[in-house]
Each structure stands twice: as structure tokens, then as C-alpha cells.
Ligand binder design. Sequence first.
Ligand code: CS2
Length: 480
Amino acid sequence: MTVLSRATLSTLPAKVETPAGRPTLSTGIVHFGPGAFHRAHQAAYIDRLLADDPRWGIAAVSMRTRGTIDALAAQDGLYTLAIRDAEPALRVIAAHSTFLGPEDAAQTAALLADPAVRLVTSTVTEKGYCLAPDGTLDLAHPDIVHDLAGEGTPRSVVGWIVQGLAARRAAGVAPFTVMPCDNLADNGRKLHAALADYARRVDAELAAWIKAEVAVPCTMVDSITPASDARFLSDLIAQLGVEDAAAVQREAFAQWVVEDLGIDFGPDLKAAGVILTSDVAAWERAKLRILNGAHSSIAYLGLLRGATSVAEAMQDGALARFADKMVRDEIQPFVGTVPGLDLDQYRADVMQRFRNPAIVHRLEQIAIDGSQKISYRLGDSLAANRAAGVLPGHIVTALAGWIVFLHERARAGTPIADPHAAVIAQLAGELDAPAFARALAERDIGLSRAMRGDDALIAALEQAVRDVAGRSWEATPLAG
Ligand code: CS2
């Protein structure tokens, strides 16, 4: 079968938007983690700029595996973005200039030192930043320990970025801007502190320079992007007439909000459709707590109630009402105002997006890495409720969903995709579900240690865990 490439672009059906005739790109952005989300989101934004300004081609750096890099390189960097929504669309993206895998460390290092590179972005998932539960750099993380030892190629994005910044400083080159694009609250501030903390252990002056001279804006990224499964890729062949191993799918909606630090980012992000604002924290809070909070709740409770995708779970009337009510009554009141955003409308839009029948977003995908997600998505809302003296029954039930999901999986011997999987499996094997919940809180795994002194909350969580484990839905807010 022929594959998508520059040579086969002209064979695509007319309905496919293509980048035919683009000038050759040079590299102005280095991106760590060229997974589906990056290809469907950031690269699609930057792609819009490249027709007029080919300086901002993206070097895709994959730190662990070669699969995506090789697939992209074999297709001259081209891949299809399939918009699966009320108005479907197909567009070929050509935003990448260079493809670097784990063995290409010398080229990655050279690019990071290159003055033409102005922006270093990352989508390495929440756990990829090697942060401890309090949001500071986890110095005991094996990748950080390895990188600080200074032997061989860095394994962490923190190690890579500090190495690149050190090379620029040594050569008298201005630093690049660092832009994390993952779903962490205060992602820029946390990464900036982690970089400085890491650098301090290498060279105190470098750390001071990073603090003073390097810009690390916070960002909010949003677009529902289900993994590219075999079914999607094979269906796409029928539409394109060629094979595309790097294709991605997403909903039509996309948002990328970046903290406006009053600096020149290099590429004209505003022209690419990025929202620049001084109040990115408010956008992040709304998105992480409302969209991602509801997503994770629906994922765990939905799986326990027999659904497999988000759209299917939304057909479960009790669960859909639960999610809507949780957001309206227990999350929105603590989000604060977001300039330019009506939270009721936002909630309604999110629920509508979850119903998108054109997308099969597997609950299993969202259920991955819960220990890294739960605190931003539900824990912060829980803490805000408790500070106001409220015991939020829906949030507590959603947390119980996560706990019971883990407990049942571990006991059934089903592998759990989570960096804490080993300790989760051990605790679940030893403890009943309510005691397992307490043990997670004691170890700061997803649940905050701060819960420990909160007897009313612990009691409510234990009861919710019993109810969910027993599928006594009528005893939970899912009854109504
Ligand atoms: C999802 C997100 O997989 C998950 O955990 O909740 O990836 C979600 O689809 C995106 O944040 C939407 O922007």
C-alpha cells in the first residue's frame, strides 16, 4: 500500500486540505513528546503559520521510543488530522522539520543550543515532569537521579532543558522560552521552579540565570483527542487512498491559552490562534476542574457501571446528571471568575462535547495515570469545598470511583497503568477498599495527605467507597 508522503499528496481526494507548495521548513521550535495530542493540537496551530513563515518548523523529539518519529520521517513529516465532529474534515499537517529519537542525542543537543530555536515545548503527560505531590521537583525520581549524575543522555525533559539552557548560557546565546503544554495547574510556574532547582545542583549561577532570564509561561491546552487506534487508522485509508501511520483524530473544538508575559515568543502565536492572557490561571482552573474533573469522574464511575466510551457513559442518564450537578454545585462555585468565560455556558458546552457521537473516546484512556491527575482535577475542588465547610458528596463519590476502580483491578490482577501501580497493587492486595483509600491518602497518592486530619471527610469517603464497591448506587448522589 502506498503511504502518505510529499510524492503522494497530489493523489489525495479534493476534500482533504493539504499543505502542497509549502517552502522547506527550518527549525525554530523543539518539542518533547510528539504524541497524538501534540500532533492534533499544537502542531495544527503552528501549521497555520508555516505557509507564510517557514522559520518555525518543529523538531519532534521522542525521548523513549522511535515509533512515531520513524513513522513521521517515513512520510516526510506529513500526517492527517481527522476532525470528527458534526462537520468532519481532513487536513494534512506539515509542521515538523526534524525527527529525533533516543539515539539522536547529539542532534537534539545541537538544536537546543541553536539561536534559531526560540521555543521549547513539551507534552510529556503529567508524570513526565518528575514532580513530587507538592509540585516541586522530585529529587528521588530515578530519571532525575540519573540525569543529575551527568552520565549519558538525559532521560527527563527537565534534564534536557537545563542541559540546553546551560549550553546557550556558555555560548552567550539568549535562552529559549520554555512552554509546558500538559494538564497541570500552574504548569509554567512549576516547571520553572523545577528547572531552577535541578540547575542549582549543577551550577548555582546557572540556576540564578534560569530564574532571572528564562521565560516559562503557564498554558492551558484543550482538545479531546482519542488515541489513534487500529480501527481509526484503517478507516482512514478508505478515505485517503493511502496509508497514514501517524494520523490523529480529535474534536473540532481546540483551545490553547498562553500566559502573556509581554515577550516575543518567536513564532506569532496570536496569529496562529492562541489566546494570550495575563490570567491563564483562571482558564486553567476552569478547564482542569470542570472538563478534566468531569472526565475522570465519568471515566472511573462509567467503567464501574459498564460503559466503555465517554459518549456511551453520557447515555447513562444518572451518570450524566451526576456529572452536570457535580460541576454546577461543587466545582463552579470555587473556580472564580474567568474573564470572558461564562461558566454555565462552559459546563453546557463541555457536556455537549462529551456527547459527540463521532468520537469513540475510551474511558480506559482517561483512566490512565489517575494518581497524577486526580489532585488537579478533583482534589483542588475538594479542598476548596472543605475550606468553605462543605462536604461535597458528588466529588467524594467520584473519588470513591477511582479508589474502587484501582482496588478491583488490582485484586483481579488486571494491570494498572499508573506510575504508582506497584504500591497500589500491594496495598489493594493487603487492605479492604476503605482502608486502601486511607492508605492512598497517607502516602499522598492522588489523595492529599491533608485529608488525614479531616475525620468527617474520611468517614464520608469510606462510606462512598463501600457504596460504590457494593454498587449501592441508590445510596450515592448517582441515585437522583
Ligand atoms: C483526558 C484529557 O485523557 C484524559 O485524561 O481527560 O486528555 C482530555 O481529553 C483533554 O484534556 C481535553 O483537552
